[in-house]
Design a protein around this ligand. Sequence first.
Ligand SMILES: Cc1cc2nc3c(=O)[nH]c(=O)nc-3n(C[C@H](O)[C@H](O)[C@H](O)COP(=O)(O)O)c2cc1C
Length: 360
Amino acid sequence: MPLFNEQPLKLGLFGINCSGGLTMTEAPTTYEVTWEHTTAIAQRADRMGFEALVPIARWKGFGGSTDFNGTSFETYAWAAGLAAETENITIVSTSHLPTTHPIVAAKASATIDHISHGRFALNLVMGWFTPEMEMFGVSQRGHTDRYQYGEEWVQIVRRLWTENEPFDFEGEYLRVKDAVSFPKPIQKPHPVLINAGNSPAGLDFSARNVDINFAAVDSVEKAREYATRARELAFKEYQRELSVMMSAFIICRDTEKEAQQVKQQILDHGDYVGARNLAEVLGVQSSSFNDQVHSGLDPFVLSFGAFPIIGNPEQVADKLIQLSNAGMDGVVMAFLDYNEELAYFDEKVMPLLRQAGVRK
Ligand SMILES: Cc1cc2nc3c(=O)[nH]c(=O)nc-3n(C[C@H](O)[C@H](O)[C@H](O)COP(=O)(O)O)c2cc1C
C-alpha cells in the first residue's frame, strides 16, 4: 500500500475530478474535467512515484461566475476507472456518508480494491455542504449527530469487509439484516481509511477509526502543533497509530516574482461570489477552516483554503521539507494547471526533495 511506503514525505494530488480543482478563478488554464485529461494527470503523477490521488466528493457547484466544482466525476466510479489506468499509485474515493448506504460503499470499495490490486483507500466525509445534502432530500444533521451516524456507518462497513457470517446491526441511525459482502477486499484487514475532520468530534472520530487524518492548516507551526496533537490523541486514547497529511496549493515558477504574478492573476480573475457562498457554508457548518474564513475570501479563491506554497523551485521545496520536518506524513497538492505544472514540478522540485532526503 503506497500510502505506507518508505517515503518520508508522501505526495499526492487533490481535486483532479472537479472543475476548477481547488481554485475559484477565471484565470487561464488548460485544466478541464474530461476523462482524457484526468487520466493524463493521474498517469503523470503515477509515473512520478506519487502515493495518492484524492478526489473531492461534490454533487453541486458553488454558483458564482465559474460555478466552482459544478462539474465533477463521482468518486467511486472515478476511482474504479483510474485503478485500471494506473500502476502503483493509491486511488482514493471520497464518500459523503449520508449519501451512500454502507452496504453499497463496502461492495464498491472491495470492487475497486480488486481492480487496483490493493491500491484503494476511502476518505469518509460526514456531509458538509448543506445545499448538496438537501439535494438528496436528507437534512444535514447537527455536527455531533453527523459523527455518531458516521460511527455506525463505519462499523457496518468494517464488519462487511472482515466477517464471513451474515450479521444484523441495530443502531440509532442505521439498521441492516443478514448483511454480507463478498468478495472481501484485497487489503487486510481492509482498505485504508481516511477522514478530514479537524473539529474535536472529527479528530476523535479519526483517532478511533481511520489510518490517516487530513489537516486544514495554514502555517508550518500549525502543521506541527496539529500533527503532534492528532497523533497523541490516537495513541493515548485508543492505542492507535494515526498518520497526518495535509492539502496544499502549489504555484511554482522560475522566479518568486513570476509565481506571485500568477497568484495575483488568480485573484484578479477570482470568482468572489462563489467564494462568498463557500465561506458562508464553511463558517457556519464546520470548524476546520476557521482561520481561513477569518482572513477574508482570497484564501478560498486561491486554494479552497488549502495551504498556499508559492515561489521558485527552491522555495517550494523548502516549504515542503519544513512541513515534513514538522511531522506531516504527506501533502496532497493542487495546481492551477495540474498537468502542465506537474511536469515542471517533476523537473525542478522533485530533485531538490530527493537531495534533502524527504523523497528517495
Ligand atoms: C484535505 C481535505 C479534503 C476534504 N475533502 C472533502 C470532500 O471531498 N468533500 C467534502 O464535502 N468535504 C471535504 N472535506 C471537508 C472535511 O471532510 C470535513 O467535513 C470538514 O473539514 C469539516 O469537519 P469538521 O467540522 O469535523 O472539522 C475535506 C477537508 C480536507 C482538509
